[in-house]
Design a protein. Structure first.
Length: 565
C-alpha cells in the first residue's frame, strides 16, 4: 500500500500527468453520456414499436451492441430501430474498441508505468555515504572509470535523468541515482558535501550548469569537469570547477609523446615524488636483441628497467628479459639519470623526416601542435577539404584525400616517416590503416587513438606500437586526482598504485615475493620512511612500513590484495 501511494503521489505531482488524467476523465464522461443517451433513445424506439423494457434493460442492450457482443435476445422489428442499432454498433466499435484502449494507455497506463520505473531506481544515496565519487552522467567514459573505481573499492553514484534507463541500470547492478544534473535536490540527495569528488562528464554547457548547482550546496567539495573545447576551460573554472580536463587536447599531447622522431630519447610518462617514470622505445636502437642485464643501463646511468611493454602488454623486466624491436622499456630514475641516458643515444643517426598524422580533428591538431613545439616536421592527411586552411596553420604540408589511397599516402611521405599517428575517431578505420601502413612501411612506429577499450587488442594485433583511448586517459587523470598525485600514463589500462607492504611479504625481496608472477603488478619502487630505496628493485628487502609503488591494471591490484592481504 505504501508503494501504491508513492506511485499515485508521483503520478499526481507532475503537471503533464494531471493534464493526462483530466483528458482521460473527459473522455470517460463523454463515453458515459453517449451510453446514457443511447439507452434513452432505446426506450423511445421500443415504445414506438409497442415494446416495454426497464431502464436496466436499456443499458444492458446498449452495452452489448456497442461492445459487439450482440446476444440477440432483445431486437428491434422496424427499419428505424435497426438503423439505430447500426449507429450504436458503429459508434461502439470506434468509442469502445478503438478509442478507449488508446486513451487509457496514452493517458493512464503509460504514465503509471513511468511512475513505477521512476520509483524503482533510487533517488538518493545511502544515508551513510562518505568518500564517494559522483558522476554527472553514465556513458562509455563513465563505464571505464566505474570499473576502476570498483576494483579500488571506491564507492560511486552516477546520475541518470531517464527513469527507464535508470531502472535498467539499477537492475544491472550500476549504482545509479535518478535525477537531473541541474537540480539542487539531486545533489543534496547524493550527500554532495561528503563526496570525495564530483565529475562533470557531459557536454560543456551541462557541465557548467552542474558545477554551478554543486557550488550552491558546497564550496569545499572538489569538482573535476571534462572540457570538449579549450575555450570552455575558463568558463568551467569560473563556474567553480577545481580541475578542468580538456581530454581531447591532452589525448593529442599524449600521442605526440609516443612519437619516435629525431634522436632517440626517453619520454617521461609521469612522476611519483622524486621518481621520474619514462619510456624508451627499443626500435632501431642498439638495445634491440639484448637482455635487460646485457644493456647495463643501471651501471651506465643509474636507471632501472622495471617493466617492458610489448604491444600494449606490460611485462615485468627480469635480468634475462629479451628486448625486441617492438619493446618499450619502462625506466625509473631521476632527471639527471634520464638526461645521461639521452646523451648515450646522441651519436646515433636520427630519422628527421616528417611525422605523418592521419586525421585533422581536435585530437590530430593537438598532436601536431605538440610536435611542432618540439620542432618536429609534420605532414597531415585528412579527407575533409574544408579543414585545409586550419591545418595549413599547423602542419608543414597538408594532403587532402582518402588515407586508403596508396598514392596519397606515398605523396604524404609514409615510406620515410619515422612515425605515423592515427587520430580518427573510428576504431575500424584506425585498425584498417594500421594494417595498411604497417604493410607499406614495416619499420615505422605507429601510434593510434582508439575510442573503445575493447578494440585495444585488435589494434595491437594489427601492428600498432602504442594505442591510447579517451576513456583511459580520462579515467587515469581522474584517479590521479582521487589519489592526490600526478598522472602516470604508462599505457592503455595501466595505472600507478601505492600499497603498504602486506605482512606476508615482510622480510622478503620483491623477486622472492613473486608479486609480478602472482598478480601481474610491476614494482617500480619501494618507498621507505626516508624516501625511495636505492637498491636494485628486485633485490630490495621489504620492511615494515615500506610502500610498494606498482604499475598495472586495477584488476591486477584487486588480485594483489586478494593474494597478499
Amino acid at each position: 500500500m505504501k508503494f501504491l501511494a508513492s506511485q499515485l503521489s508521483y503520478l499526481l505531482e507532475r503537471q503533464e500527468n494531471r493534464r493526462n488524467l483530466r483528458s482521460l476523465s473527459a473522455y470517460l464522461a463523454f463515453l458515459t453520456a453517449t451510453v446514457v443517451a443511447y439507452s434513452i433513445v432505446f426506450h423511445v424506439l421500443m415504445l414506438y414499436e409497442g415494446q416495454q423494457h426497464s431502464w436496466l434493460t436499456g443499458l444492458y442492450w446498449t452495452l452489448t451492441v456497442m461492445s459487439t457482443l450482440g446476444f440477440g435476445d432483445i431486437t428491434f422489428h422496424s427499419d428505424l430501430g435497426r438503423l439505430f442499432s447500426i449507429a450504436v454498433l458503429m459508434s461502439g466499435i470506434v468509442l469502445l474498441l478503438v478509442m478507449l484502449p488508446f486513451v487509457f494507455i496514452r493517458f493512464f497506463y503509460a504514465p503509471w508505468l513511468e511512475a513505477q520505473l521512476h520509483l524503482r531506481a533510487p533517488r538518493e544515496a545511502a544515508k551513510d555515504a562518505r568518500g564517494h565519487v559522483i558522476l554527472c552522467g553514465y556513458d562509455e567514459f563513465a563505464q571505464g572509470l566505474i570499473e576502476r573505481l570498483a576494483d579500488l573499492g571506491i564507492p560511486y553514484y552516477a546520475i541518470e535523468p531517464d527513469p527507464a534507463r535508470a531502472s535498467a541500470l539499477h537492475a544491472d547492478g550500476v549504482s545509479v541515482v535518478l535525477g537531473e544534473v541541474d537540480a539542487r535536490s539531486t545533489f543534496e540527495g547524493l550527500r554532495t558535501s561528503h563526496a570525495r569528488l564530483i565529475i562533470a562528464n557531459l557536454d560543456d554547457a551541462v557541465n557548467t550548469n552542474a558545477t554551478l548547482t554543486v557550488r550552491e550546496i558546497s564550496s569545499e567539495v572538489p569538482i573535476a569537469a571534462l572540457a570538449e573545447d579549450k575555450d570552455s576551460i575558463d568558463i568551467l573554472e569560473l563556474a567553480g570547477a577545481n580541475y578542468v580536463l580538456p581530454l581531447k587536447h591532452r589525448l593529442g599531447q599524449q600521442l605526440s609523446r609516443r612519437v619516435m622522431v629525431g634522436t632517440h630519447q626517453a619520454h617521461e610518462v609521469g612522476r611519483f615524488n622524486e621518481l621520474v617514470i619514462a619510456e624508451l622505445p627499443v626500435h632501431d636502437t642498439p638495445l634491440a636483441g639484448r637482455t635487460v642485464a646485457d644493456t647495463r643501463l643501471r651501471q651506465l646511468t643509474g636507471l632501472n628497467i622495471v617493466a617492458v611493454s610489448e604491444r600494449g602488454r606490460l611485462l615485468p623486466a627480469r635480468a634475462d628479459t629479451l628486448l625486441t624491436e617492438s619493446s618499450v622499456a619502462v625506466l625509473v630514475g631521476n632527471e639527471e639519470q634520464i638526461a645521461s641516458l639521452d646523451a648515450i643515444f646522441v651519436i646515433y643517426e636520427p630519422n628527421e623526416n616528417p611525422v605523418l598524422v592521419i586525421g585533422g580533428g581536435k585530437v590530430g591538431r593537438a598532436c601536431m601542435r605538440a610536435l611542432k613545439q618540439r620542432n618536429v616536421p609534420v605532414h597531415v592527411l585528412d579527407r575533409d577539404p574544408k579543414l585545409r586552411p586550419l591545418l595549413s596553420q599547423i602542419a608543414d604540408r597538408v594532403f587532402v584525400g582518402d588515407a586508403a589511397d596508396r598514392e596519397i599516402l606515398t605523396r604524404a611521405g609514409l615510406a620515410d616517416a619515422p612515425s605515423v599517428v592515427l587520430t580518427t575517431n573510428d576504431d575500424a578505420i584506425n585498425i584498417f590503416l594500421t594494417v595498411y601502413c604497417r604493410r607499406l612501411n614495416p619499420t615505422t612506429r605507429i601510434v593510434s587513438r582508439i575510442s573503445r577499450e575493447r578494440n585495444l587488442e585488435a589494434i595491437h594485433r594489427a601492428g600498432a606500437d602504442f594505442a591510447l583511448s579517451y576513456t583511459t586517459l580520462g579515467a587515469t587523470s581522474l584517479l590521479s586526482l582521487v589519489h592526490g598525485r600526478e598522472i602516470v600514463l604508462a599505457g592503455e589500462g595501466i595505472d600507478l598504485f601505492v600499497e603498504r607492504v602486506p605482512e606476508k611479504l615482510l622480510g622478503r625481496s620483491v623477486r622472492d615475493g613473486e608479486i609480478a608472477t602472482l598478480s601481474g603488478l610491476n614494482v617500480i619502487s619501494v618507498q621507505g620512511a626516508e624516501g625511495p630505496r636505492v637498491d636494485p628493485i628486485h633485490e630490495t628487502k621489504l620492511c615494515e612500513g615500506d610502500e610498494l609503488v606498482m604499475l598495472g591494471s586495477a584488476h591486477q591490484l584487486a588480485e594483489f590484495r586478494k593474494i597478499f592481504a
